[in-house]
Design a protein around this ligand. Structure first.
Ligand code: ZN
Length: 212
């Protein structure tokens, strides 16, 4: 969007310069009137885009909340992948470089077109337990599938951060510049985790062994 804004600004500036030249020559005719219409249209579009950009920035700022409990994972990428598709996973990604962070939730529901599950990924927006739907999570390919109901795309910082994390997992590691936390609750049943092993893994003992 930034490049579109710059493009419009440049167009508007060149029309403006052209019109000033014509006016200086005492030339205001049908062509000038047409340019004026184009000029106003461009200005209107630019205004809309700037507003949208500001709203998006505001929305990303609202995502800078995090759950009260934050526990660093101490586990392998395979077990992290298992956590992500456990059914009720809440986790936070934090950039070590910028301190910016986003909290995500991946819930599963039985797939009504046969067996298996479908996974819905949301991101925390504006306070604890308030999430916005982001995309369908594909655990096989570690990717996101954006559906019609989603207002998110790769232009969102929160989406890019998550895809960056997934790319790391695909390569078998957590990216060096990322901290990955869970919220101190079991990724499957949501119960508070107490024993040290479970706290490292983000999943409780019963759920680890296939229980519910
Ligand atoms: Zn559990």
């Amino acid at each position: 969007m930034d490049s579109e804004i710059t493009f419009l600004e440049n167009q508007i500036a060149s029309i403006d310069a052209y019109m000033r030249d014509r006016q200086a020559d005492g030339n205001f005719d049908g062509e000038s009137a047409m340019f004026l219409v184009v000029y106003r249209n461009l200005e209107e579009r630019l205004y809309g885009l700037r507003l949208q950009a500001a709203e998006e920035k505001d929305a990303e700022e609202k995502m800078q909340y995090r759950p009260q409990t934050q526990v660093l994972f101490e586990t392998t990428t395979d077990k992290l992948r298992a956590f992500l598709s456990a059914g009720s996973a809440v986790f936070t990604l934090e950039s070590k470089k910028t301190d910016r962070h986003f909290t995500y939730r991946i819930n599963s529901k039985p797939n009504n077109r046969g067996e298996g599950y479908i996974y819905f990924c949301s991101v925390m927006t504006g306070g604890a337990d308030k999430y916005s739907y982001m995309a369908v999570y594909d655990p096989e390919n570690l990717s996101l599938v954006f559906t019609q109901k989603s207002n998110f795309s790769v232009k969102n910082e929160s989406v890019r951060a998550l895809l960056y994390f997934f790319d790391g997992l695909k390569a078998g590691k957590i990216p060096d510049d990322l901290n990955v936390y869970h919220a101190g609750r079991c990724g499957k049943c949501g119960k508070e985790l107490t024993d040290p092993e479970s706290i490292k893994l983000g999943v409780g003992p019963i759920c680890r062994n296939g229980g519910t």
